[in-house]
Design a protein around this ligand. Structure first.
Ligand SMILES: *Cc1c(COP(=O)(O)O)cnc(C)c1O
Length: 383
């Protein structure tokens, strides 16, 4: 057992606290990856993923790896050397997409936006050109920015036949997602973000159009492990490809069922309400939203600029000592911001209230908890 292990509350933008039902499922006795019970459970996962992604006709599956493998599998399978790929980059994960696409031989062009700002759909229209794929991050975890996916998708669908590849790691599962309606061809997430399952599987959804593009490849995909053909062998034909992490499938299945039972609209409301209450508590104490435009704020990652004089490293170290994990900035925002997670089980008042009480103590502030509770009861009254 790790020292002080069981006491740490994760208020981070992933991994998120495990859902109770995922914890129980994780401890179920082991079964073989080709056992009929596991294959039937896989079919339930596939059906639930089609609901979560809003993609009744997509092929859905779990990749054996984290969200980054979901990202990599999209480029490995859907890009061939020399393809023109437009990547929208306004943070760390958009930059990771551009790097991966380049490693699979794509001719990468990028559209950028300044840190803390959303991608401008007009810029996408201007640079679309003859792109074979457009790739973007829906919610940038590194800055707390929500990119205008519906507007971007409309432009891509109306003006090109490019495949649309979307990183949905911070959004899908924590609110309704309309993959089919928006014409998205490939989307992925990681189990440890909005679903609050353990890290290690990446739920993906692949449109019929994307599968047709894959089937028309001139060369085999260079990434054998996540070859879409191999995925179909296991998930559709029920033949062996590789040993899937069966216990992580159990946990993901339980967490996904719990999410759909709660309802995607209810989950979106929960993230919004807790986020609003945290902001209401902290703003009068000098914390300000890092993303200036309200419409561009990601509901699942609250990025806050720290009040002048607050010692980022020291305060977070003390929070850690008192059992709470908070994430700072990344790259050029290190030391300047905190990124508070509101994905899955982290969007809970009973986790944020003690955090605010501790901050009252550490910062010599008053009324953080009082403002938090007042804002929450306002939200509940409005619902
Ligand atoms: C966390 C995250 C990823 C990568 O997931 P890993 O599980 O760390 O591999 C990709 N995109 C976004 C937006 C993320 O937040």
């Amino acid at each position: 057992m790790l020292r002080s292990h069981s006491k740490l509350v994760l208020l981070t933008p992933g991994p998120t606290p495990l859902h109770d039902e995922a914890v129980s499922a994780l401890a179920l006795p082991m079964l073989g990856h080709m056992d009929a019970e596991v294959l039937n459970l896989n079919a339930e996962i596939q059906a639930d993923l089609r609901v979560m992604y809003g993609a009744p006709n997509a092929f859905t599956a779990l990749l054996s790896g984290t969200g980054s493998l979901g990202m990599e599998a999209g480029f490995a399978n859907l890009v061939e050397a020399g393809d023109d790929v437009l990547v929208l980059v306004n943070g760390t994960f958009g930059a990771r997409m551009a790097e991966m696409a380049a490693r699979y031989g794509a001719n990468v062009r990028v559209v950028t936006a300044p840190s803390g700002e959303a991608i401008d759909p007009d810029d996408v229209a201007r640079h679309l050109g003859r792109a074979r794929m457009v790739a973007l991050v829906h919610g940038e975890t590194s800055t707390g920015v929500l990119n205008p996916l519906p507007d971007i998708a409309r432009i891509v669908r109306e003006k090109s036949d490019a495949l649309l590849c979307v990183d949905a790691v911070t959004t899908v599962g924590m609110g309704p997602f309309d993959m089919e309606g928006l014409g998205i061809d490939y989307a992925y997430t990681g189990s440890q973000k909005c679903l609050s399952a353990p890290p290690g599987v990446a739920p993906v959804a692949i449109s019929p159009r994307a599968l047709a593009r894959f089937d028309a490849r001139r060369t085999p995909t260079p990434l054998w492990y996540c070859d879409f053909g191999g995925l179909r062998d296991y998930w559709e034909k029920r033949s062996y490809h590789h040993t899937v992490p069966v216990n992580l499938h159990f946990a993901l299945h339980a967490a996904l069922r719990a999410a759909l039972r709660e309802g995607l609209y209810a989950r979106a409301a929960r993230a919004r309400d807790v986020g609003f209450a945290v902001l209401s508590a902290l703003q009068p104490a000098g914390f300000t939203p890092f993303v200036p435009t309200e419409a561009a704020r990601l509901p699942t990652v609250l990025a806050l600029r720290l009040p002048p004089g607050l010692d980022d490293a020291a305060v977070r170290a003390e929070l850690r000592r008192r059992g709470m994990s908070v994430t700072g900035g990344l790259g050029d925002t290190a030391g300047l911001i905190w990124r508070l997670g509101l994905m899955g089980e982290s969007a809970r008042p009973h986790l944020y209230r003690p955090f605010l009480a501790t901050l009252e103590d550490l910062l010599g502030e008053r009324d953080l908890v009082r403002r938090f509770d007042a804002a929450l009861s306002l939200q509940v009254a409005a619902d």
